[in-house]
Design a protein around this ligand. Structure first.
Ligand SMILES: [Fe+2]
Length: 187
């Protein structure tokens, strides 16, 4: 099996799960990717938007917050799964999308008030808004802007009725970004 087939298998198995925002996990992923495409974002950002929550599908990380009141660290699970196969420009915004929320809560007036109830719940489990020093450090990350960009799609991709391209339509984009040396090495 290759990494792209593995991704599609994960969506097939878990994509129907409730995202907690009146949309399914698959709907959310497709909406985020579609919003990135509509803005003309590069393929790496489209892929990150599509895959940013894939860690929710690993070891039930996605239902951990609601189920047991703990943080499943889905951003790191997703990053670890994908890291051998995709470039840092895809992986970094995925790993950083939770911290991007914590950053925006600290630095953007009104941002926290606009969070969905599920995002507000997870924010508290994830450590709450950054301190001023944490926010300043975050800005120094070379993928700071990409992380914020993916976070904006994450926050917007929770619409009840949005026409989106199919998951299958992203197969070529993902395959094109995957490292040819590791592409087939998924078990
Ligand atoms: Fe998300």
């Amino acid at each position: 099996m290759n990494i792209v087939d593995r991704i599609y298998d994960l969506f097939a198995e878990f994509g129907g799960q409730d995202y907690g925002e009146d949309v399914s996990q698959l709907d959310h992923a497709l909406q985020c990717a579609c919003l990135a495409q509509r803005e003309g974002a590069p393929d790496t950002i489209v892929a990150a938007a599509l895959l940013h929550d894939i860690g929710q599908f690993i070891d039930h990380a996605g239902t951990q917050a609601e189920g047991s009141g703990t943080d499943g660290h889905h951003e790191h699970r997703g990053g670890a799964l994908l890291q051998p196969y995709f470039p840092p420009s895809v992986i970094a915004p995925i790993v950083m999308h939770v911290d991007a929320k914590r950053y925006l809560c600290a630095r953007e007036p009104g941002y926290r008030e606009g969070l969905s109830s599920a995002s507000e719940l997870s924010l508290r489990l994830q450590g709450g808004p950054f301190t001023p020093d944490e926010a300043t450090d975050f800005e120094k990350n070379p993928y700071f802007h990409e992380a914020i960009q993916v976070r904006r799609y994450d926050d917007a991709g929770k619409m009840k009725d949005m026409e989106v391209p199919s998951l299958e339509s992203y197969r070529g984009l993902l395959t094109g970004l995957a490292n040819p040396d590791t592409y087939v090495a998924v078990s």
